[in-house]
Structure formats: C-alpha cells, structure tokens
Write a protein that binds this ligand. Structure first.
Ligand code: C2E
Ligand code: MG
Ligand code: MG
Length: 712
C-alpha cells in the first residue's frame, strides 16, 4: 500500500479561507483524499505562497479581510501562474459567479459544499491541468521535430520539392535559391515547367506524372534546368515519386529531389572530350572517327548510297620536325588542320589519326568525281605556304581515297584501303591523290611476302655483294669498286636492289641489310689486301634510314675495326636527300667520318634538291654524276649542259667527280674532255661477285686493263 502511494503522483492543493473551522475541515477532507495540502488564511498570504511554489489547484474563498479571492484570481491571471482555481463562496449570486469565472477561475462551488462534489471538481481541475501540461509537452516536442526536419530539408544539397496534382510547386526548400537563383516565393504556385529547359520539357512530363499511371513509382532522370537569369543552365539528377492519398496532405501530387550534377557532368564532358579528341588539334581522334564512320556506313547502306574515306599524310613532315623542332612541328600540324577544315563541308568529319596522318569521312559522296573535287580542293589549298612565325612552309599531302562499299564494307577494310591508296601516292613521288584499286592489295601482299623472304635471305647467304669497277678516265686504271647488292632468290632468280631496297627501308630491315653489306665488303677488301692488293678502295651505299640511325657511325667504325682496315679504304655514298632531311645531325656525322679518313660521295647528284650552299658546308669528297645525265650526253642539249655545269661546279668546289652509267666511248670522251676524273659504267664492266672480282684484280696486277677484262 505504502509502495503504491509513493509511485502515485501527489497532487498539490492550496486552501485559502479566513474562517479557521472551514479551513480545517477542508484540509482534512483533502488530506484524506490523498492531496498534499497547504493553507492560507487570507488573500495576501495566498498570493505570496503561489509566487513561491506551484500548485495544481487552489480552493479559494472570495470574501476575506486581507486580500479578497478576486485579488488572488487577478494576480494569478496577470502573473500567468499555471493553477486551477476553484472558488468556494457563500456569495452565490450570479454576478459574483460570473465575475470569478470571467477572471479565470476554473469552477465555482457554493458554501456549504457537498464533499463529493468538491472532490470531483478538484479531481477534474487537476486532471485538466495535467492534460494541459502533457499537451504542451507534445507541442514542444512537435515544434522541435518540425524544426529538425526543416533544418534537414533546407540544408540539403539537393532541391527538395512537392508539386500538386496540376504540377504546381507547393513546397520548395532553400536550395533552389543557391542552385538556380530563385526565391522560394517566386516559384510556389508556379508550374514546374518554368524551370525545365526546352529540350527536356517532354521528358519532364513523364517524370512529373502527366504521362504516367498513378501508381507509387519513383522515376529517376537527368534534367536540364534553367537558372533565374535565363542564360545559364544546370543539370540535375531528378528523382520523383507520386504521393498517394493522404501523403503529406496532398493527394495526386509529386514529391521529388533534384541533385545538381553540373560539375560532375562538366568534368565528365572534359574526360569524354579527351577520350575522343586529339589534344593538339582538337580534332576527333581515331576512336571517334571510327565511330562516326560506322554511323555513316549504316546510313549509306540504308539509303543505298556511297561514302568516301580519305587518308591524308603530310609529305616531309619529319623534315620540319627535325630541322625546325617539335614545337614548330606541332604548330604546323595545327595550321594544317585549320587549312583542311576550311576545305571540307558541313557533315564531313576530319580526324587526326596520329603523327602527320589525317583522315576525312565524306558522307555525301556518290561517285568518284565528288571525292576527287574535294581532294583537288585540298591539294590546291596547300599550294599557298603556311605561315608560322617567320617561317613560310610549303606542305604537300599524299591522299588515298576509298569508297564505301566498293573498296571495303567494314571499317577496317575501308581504312586499310584508303591507307594503301595513300601509300601508292607516296610511292609515285608524293603530293597527289589516288583511289584505292584492288591491285594495291596484291602489291601490298607481295610486299609483305618480300619482307618475309628478305629476312630469311639474310640468314641463308642469298644476298650477295657485287663489285663494279671505277676507273681513272685518262689512264683507265682501276681506282676502286662500288659495292652493289644482289639477291639470289631461290625460285625467282636474281633480284636487283631497286626491287627490295625500298621495302627494306620501309620495314627497317635496311639496318640489318646495311650491316651485312658493310661486313662482307670490309671482309672482301681485307682478303684482297692480304693477297697483296693494298690499294683497293670500296664505295658503299647507305640509305637515309641508315645514316639517320643512332648507330650509323658505330656500325661503320666497328666493321672497319673488325676487319682491321683503315678508314681510307672506304667511301660512303649517300644521296642529297639524306643530307637535307636532317642537316644538323648529318653534318655532325659526316664530320666524324672525315676524322677517320672516311670519304663521302654524293650519289645520283643532280636528281635531288641540289643546293649549292650545303656542298660548301659539308665534308664531301666526291660528286657522282647520275647516269641519267650521262646517258643523255650528245642526245639532249639540256642534259649535256647539266653535265657541263656539274663538272664546272665540282671543279670550283675542288671536289672529285665520278660519272656513273658510262656505256659508250663517246660518253667517255666527252667526260674526259670536260675533266671528269673517274668513270663507272658498263663500258668498264658491271658489278661482279667476289670470286670474279678477285680474278679481275689478279689480272690487273698482271697489267691487264679493266676494259678488256670486264666489258659487257
Ligand atoms: P647507285 O648507287 O646509283 O648504283 C648505281 C646503279 O647503276 C647500280 O644499279 C648499277 O648496277 C647501275 N649501273 C652501273 N653502271 C651502269 C651502266 O653503265 N648502265 C646502267 N644502265 N646502269 C649502270 P643497281 O646495282 O641495280 O643498284 C641500284 C641502286 O640500289 C643503287 O644505285 C643504290 O642506290 C642501291 N643500292 C645498291 N646496293 C646497295 C646497298 O648495299 N645499300 C644500299 N643502301 N643501297 C644499295
Ligand atoms: Mg651508289
Ligand atoms: Mg647512283
């Protein structure tokens, strides 16, 4: 029982009455009923006590000498003291009752009171007060929770919104201001379409419910929204959900969240751009080009049309890169891409394939002539030099063209065809265009085959080094040999260098081939020297690829060293083009050869970019007049005068002269009269293998003339 009492709340009551008997009996009644009772015998005391302590209820007499009940009621009302006042008074006229209740008393009982009625009233008052307190607590909690949710919603990085069933905003959080610049009030009541950028309006209809059946399903979509000033747009990942009946008090509306993904999207776009574009020229790269080609092919197929793919390669780009530097090379590629862009039409795709290769897709081409017009336009445009800083650069292009579906019906086949056609242009001397033709495939297969067989030949001794004599024009005595290679093919017979050197150069095999020739020739010379023929000198041909290679000097010197030969037995033959390709490195390498007493001859002189100025700068010993000029001696005046000029020039520069391809006595006479010192040609024999050459050398030792031994 006592335990029960303890856990029951003890309600407090203050009894105020000036009559001590009344006070006591009330006190007894209330105490017995389980209240904690305090008493006051006048109004003033009661006010004091109410100030100091809180009570659940007050039983109040009205008529008291020191401070009436009314004063207590007034004080409680004014001081907002939370207590229920029950008036117990002998004055039960209507006026005093009304007055007391009006001022804030909870109830009114008249004296003498009925105890049960009094207790019921007090109990009522107490529980009303408790209810009010509980209510207030709930209210406070609700406010707190409402605050919390507001806070969470308003501080969300996402826009949170609610639309009514017509699509008008009924709620928006603060984020809409930070991301789109709208004040909430500007949008509440407005239709959502006010925010959606035009290309997305249809999509938005679907997301925001106008286009879907009303079940509770969430939709996620990216939308482009317009900022307040109208000029800027931002991208949002938008998730929306229709609100069922009763949800948030709005039925048929939409609740949604929109996350600003503009920055992520921009970053993605940058990454995408890099993945599909060339950084230097900003043109589409190979990946994007192939993608567009595939699209264009599908379209052409559907419409029964054709299209063209062009492959464009800069001629001599390596030269610019090597002589003017990579920065200049980059600028040149940019200028080239601009000029190319000016030649193409809307809908064409220009791409950079890497290096100095560009590709062009021409979707609206139905016959060869259409592509031809563009190719000619491009070649014409490049007749004007490109101006980069103080340089005026002339650039030519080799263009290969393949038509779909004629030249290939897959991306790979089409590109390969255009590539082959481009190489065909290069092979014909560059600067021009050509359409793919199936014979190019055969040619390319034949090349692949040759490459494979050549590799093998280097290991099977089928490559032979032959020696063609060079004689003094006046005495006709031997002055040296030129080493020339031959391929003794097991099934095809003898193959001349013109048919395999270009392939060896393209594939890099020339490096191996070159080292092979050096080694053989040096070995043969050493052998002849050991047999007593000390004055044998040999000229060896070197391709540009060999000279430009880092190991050029090392290869030459180590061959001489291996066979224990002095540099003076060797003459290196290079063409003018080799020097022009990379002047500074060529000059350095040739000077180094000179320090080892190795001589340098310019082969096929007069056929390349003859430039007088380099002849003086370079440590060159000999000019070889090309056989095309020699063969025209006495036949054409122009060629004859070129020979005259070359001889005069060599004399002026104090260079040795040797004429190649001398076949007749009149040619020999003419050259001799001009003062050309050395002669090489069929008149004195063609190139012979090492055994035959050894025999010839032996006969010469015995005093025979070269002409009698070898003439063909
Ligand atoms: P080249 O250095 O100008 O060699 C001279 C070419 O003229 C040789 O052709 C030679 O056989 C030919 N010839 C010589 N005298 C006469 C003549 O009186 N009349 C005619 N019509 N032709 C004559 P070949 O041997 O076919 O060599 C062709 C080219 O191949 C050479 O031209 C040279 O550039 C290159 N070559 C030959 N051997 C090598 C080599 O070992 N390495 C490199 N890199 N190139 C080589
Ligand atoms: Mg030569
Ligand atoms: Mg030559």
């Amino acid at each position: 029982m006592s335990a029960l009492k303890e856990i029951q709340p003890l309600y407090t009551v203050l009894i105020v009455d000036d009559e001590p008997g009344q006070l006591d009996s009330l006190k007894e009644l209330m105490t017995l009923s389980g209240y904690e009772v305090s008493t006051a015998s006048c109004g003033f005391d009661a006010i004091k006590m109410l100030e100091q302590q809180s009570y659940d209820s007050v039983l109040l007499d009205l008529n008291m000498p020191n401070g009436s009940g009314y004063e207590v009621i007034d004080h409680v009302a004014n001081s907002k003291i939370d207590v229920k006042i029950i008036v117990i008074s002998g004055n039960t006229d209507f006026e005093s009752t009304r007055n007391a209740l009006k001022k804030g008393a909870y109830d009114f009982l008249k004296k003498p009171y009925v105890p049960d009625e009094l207790l019921a009233t007090v109990k009522n008052a107490t529980s009303t007060k408790q209810l009010e307190i509980a209510n207030e607590n709930i209210q406070k909690k609700l406010e707190k929770s409402e605050h919390l949710h507001r806070f969470i919603v308003d501080n969300s990085p996402d826009i949170v919104f609610i639309l009514d069933k017509d699509g008008n905003f009924t709620f928006l959080n603060e984020t809409v201001y930070q991301t789109l610049g709208f004040e909430k009030n500007e949008l509440i009541g407005q239709h959502y379409s006010k925010l959606v950028s035009s290309p997305n309006k249809e999509l938005a209809k679907y997301v925001f419910g106008e286009r879907r059946k009303g079940h509770r399903k969430s939709h996620k979509v990216e939308l482009k929204l317009t900022c307040k000033d109208g000029s800027e747009h931002r991208y949002f990942d938008t998730t929306s959900m229709s609100i069922g009946l009763g949800g948030a008090g709005i039925s048929g509306g939409v609740y949604g969240v929109a996350r600003d993904v503009t920055e992520k999207k921009q970053a993605q776009e940058v990454i995408n751009h890099h993945a599909y574009h060339d950084t230097l020229t900003k043109l589409p790269n190979r990946v994007l080009m192939e993608d567009r080609l595939s699209l264009a092919m599908t379209q052409a197929l559907r419409n029964g049309q054709r299209l063209a793919v062009m492959f464009l390669d800069l001629d001599r780009f390596k030269w610019v890169n090597d002589t003017l530097g990579h920065a200049m090379g980059d600028r040149l590629l940019q200028s080239v891409s601009h000029r190319l862009e000016s030649c193409i039409r809307k809908g064409d795709t220009l791409a950079r394939f890497g290096g100095d290769e560009f590709a062009l897709i021409l979707p609206n081409v139905n016959q060869e002539e259409d592509a031809e017009i563009i190719a000619q336009k491009i070649l014409e445009a490049f007749k004007e030099p490109l101006r980069i800083e103080e340089h005026e650069l002339y650039v030519t292009l080799s263009i290969g063209i393949a038509l779909y579906p004629d030249s290939g019906d897959t991306i790979e086949a089409l590109i390969a065809s255009a590539d082959l056609a481009m190489y065909s242009v290069k092979g014909r001397g560059k600067n021009g265009y050509e359409f793919f033709h199936p014979s190019m495939n055969e040619a390319s297969n034949a090349r692949l085959n040759t490459e494979r067989e050549l590799r093998k030949a280097l290991t099977t001794d089928d490559i032979k080094v032959c020696y063609q004599p060079q004689v003094n024009a006046i005495t006709e005595k031997l002055v040296g040999f030129e080493a020339l290679i031959r391929w003794e093919h097991p099934t095809d017979g003898l193959i001349y260098p013109g048919d395999f050197i270009p392939i060896a150069e393209e594939t890099g095999l020339i490096l191996e081939l070159g080292r092979y020739v050096l080694d053989r020739a040096c070995g043969d010379v050493q052998k002849w020297r050991q047999e007593g023929m000390k004055n044998v000198r040999v000229s060896i041909n070197f391709s540009g690829v060999q000279v430009e290679h880092d190991t050029f000097i090392e290869d030459v010197l180590s061959a001489l060293h291996k066979h224990d030969l002095p540099g003076s037995v060797l003459e290196v033959e290079i063409t003018e083009n080799v020097i022009m390709n990379d002047m500074s490195s060529a000059i350095r390498k040739l000077r180094e050869l000179a320090t080892h007493d190795i001589k340098v001859a310019i082969d096929d002189f007069g056929t390349g970019y003859s430039s007088l100025s380099y002849l003086q700068q370079f440590p060159i010993n000999t000019l070889k007049i090309d056989k095309s000029f020699v063969s025209s001696i006495n036949e054409s005046e122009e060629a004859t005068s070129i020979v005259d000029a070359i001889v005069a020039m060599a004399k002026g520069l104090k260079l040795n002269l040797i004429a190649e391809g001398v076949e007749t006595d009149p040619q020999l006479e003419y050259l001799k009269n001009l003062g050309c010192e050395s002669i090489q040609g069929y008149l004195f024999g063609k190139a012979e293998g090492v055994e035959r050459t050894t025999e010839i050398l032996n006969c010469i030792e015995q005093g025979d003339l070269v002409r009698n031994l070898t003439a063909v």
